[in-house]
Design a binder for this molecule. Structure first.
Ligand code: GLC
Length: 500
């Protein structure tokens, strides 16, 4: 490996984890130095972003139709772990469709049988009715092949919680209109329709004895699951194909619900923030540091100027941001990467999977990075020099660090919104801060589960935003199978409401 060079002073990060190769030519160094500042997030910038997040929370809680939708879920409490019952769950939201049978055992534990089904691009982008028919067919197949309960032996319909991880403006636990598709879905004739009804219609067309009693966002499922298994939870959040969070809000602080009969008795309600849409109004109040690579991604996306925050941080997009950077370096004159050679993977829109970045960052030596780059980008090993490997690693680290730090800003915003912490540098809040104790955050998704250093980077931002004490008091724990178990817990709540 190249000898350690003298530290580079002017621009950060150039770079963190592997020493800068001494043979980085001057023109290359200058180009990287021109790119790096666009990705840098100072503590001040992070605070400004968090402050702006809180502003968007306020707006979304007061009015319908805001970009950050702050959706009331009609889930009025979190479980305590004693809940029991067997329910079906259907989960659509990322790469796969899952059908589960969940048995809540009532001692913070559960049993789960599940089956995954592939969702093709044709289904994602075709007619909604075909997508919902496919979901009903999958539930039918699951009941025949995998489930322990036999629908034909039951007197009553099987109750199903539908984890549908898109922005749905709910009017009741089982009712809600799709506001917009996200994460590459665009099926026609779904936006503006009640997705609970679309699913129920598909079941009914097949004469299935299944009743959809709750629509659940995956973040809500994560929150509920963490509370069920761990006894407490402040925030459920997803850092995967998309990103979003759900937390428990005082109904008195949701002005847009005023007068709604469901909240006549006050209390609390889980809010699905849809924080992926934060800063959609860019141009008016741009606080996210967009680079030309982000702008290109946005322009070429199927939801231009939508999901602005998500496009900076979720797994669906990070590989694409990296691809945009790498192509700029390949095309530079003189070439900075791979002697100007590209590959099918690099040339293809969304061709570079975020998992490749993960492999590149996981590699311990420059030789391993080379192997990961060669395999991930589909280039012969001899086309990837040590220097190329180092540059790809540099870029991956830069993109992923920004993503994790922005994720920290979202978590910080919830701690401040729920009066569990104070935003550093913004004076004292009007209301006193609750004594922190331990603050439980339930998480799920490929970024937080698999991406190296994700939590550590998120925490470094959290520390800068809410101080060390609050950061240390924040316990981040995976809520595995959150979508399935959460859907079951919401179905249980629906059942109680139905029989009340
Ligand atoms: C997208 C969806 C949101 C979901 C998140 C994580 O942001 O709009 O509903 O929670 O992805 O899957």
């Amino acid at each position: 490996m190249s000898p350690v060079p003298k530290p580079h002073e002017s621009v950060e990060p150039l770079v963190a984890s592997l020493p800068t190769p001494a043979d980085l030519p001057d023109y290359a160094r200058k180009t990287l130095e021109a790119i790096a500042p666009g990705f840098k997030l100072t503590d001040d910038r992070l605070r400004e972003i968090t402050h702006s997040f809180l502003h968007d929370f306020e707006l979304g809680l007061s009015k319908y139709g805001e970009p950050m939708a702050m959706i009331p879920t009609y889930v009025t409490g979190v479980p305590n772990g004693k809940e029991t019952g067997t329910f079906l769950a259907l989960d659509l939201g990322g790469t796969n469709l899952r059908v589960c049978e969940v048995k809540l055992l009532g001692n913070h534990k559960f049993e789960l049988r599940q089956q995954k089904y592939k969702v093709s691009d044709t289904l994602k982008t075709g007619e909604a009715v075909a997508l919902f028919n496919y979901m009903a067919d999958s539930v039918d197949a699951f009941l025949t092949e995998r489930a322990s309960i036999d629908p034909n032996q039951q007197n009553e319909d099987l109750l199903l919680g539908f984890t549908f991880s898109f922005p749905v403006e709910q009017t009741a636990l089982a009712r809600g209109e799709l506001l917009t598709w996200t994460k590459g879905f665009s099926a026609k004739n779904a936006v503006g329709h009640d997705v609970g009804q679309l699913l129920q219609d598909a079941f009914d067309r097949r004469h299935m004895h299944v009743k959809c009693v709750a629509i659940v966002n995956d973040t809500v499922g994560t929150l509920m699951t963490r509370a069920y298994t761990g006894g407490d939870c402040l925030l459920g959040s997803i850092f995967g194909t998309g990103t979003n969070g759900a937390y428990v809000e005082d109904i008195s602080r949701i002005p847009k619900l005023a007068g709604h009969p469901a909240v006549a008795n006050g209390g609390k309600m889980v809010i699905n923030c849809e924080w992926g849409a934060f800063n959609n109004t860019a141009g008016l109040r741009t606080v996210l540091p967009s680079t030309p690579f982000d702008n290109k991604l946005d322009r070429e996306s199927i939801n231009v100027r939508k999901q602005a925050f998500e496009k900076f941080i979720s797994g669906m997009y990070q590989g694409e941001i990296l691809r945009n950077i790498l192509l700029t370096l390949v095309d530079h004159q003189p070439p900075i990467l791979f002697k100007g050679e590209s590959s099918a993977t690099l040339n293809k829109h969304y061709g570079l999977d975020t998992a490749v970045m993960s492999d590149v960052e996981n590699a311990q030596t420059l030789a391993d990075v080379r192997t990961a780059v060669s395999a991930g980008l589909g280039l012969p090993l001899e086309s990837v020099s040590d220097l190329d490997a180092w540059i790809v690693r540099w870029a991956a680290e830069m993109v992923a660090t920004r993503a994790a730090k922005l994720s920290g800003a979202a978590v910080a915003a919830i701690l401040v919104q729920t009066r569990h912490a104070r935003l550093q540098g913004y004076g004292d809040p009007a209301e006193p801060i609750k004594t922190p104790g331990v603050m439980h955050v339930g998480v799920d998704g490929s970024m937080v589960e698999f991406y190296p250093h994700f939590e550590e980077r998120l925490r470094s931002a959290l520390r800068a935003l809410v101080g060390e004490e609050a950061e240390k008091a924040t316990k981040i724990g995976m809520a595995k199978d959150g979508s399935g178990v959460g859907a079951a817990l919401c179905a249980l709540q629906a059942m109680k409401q139905l029989t009340a």
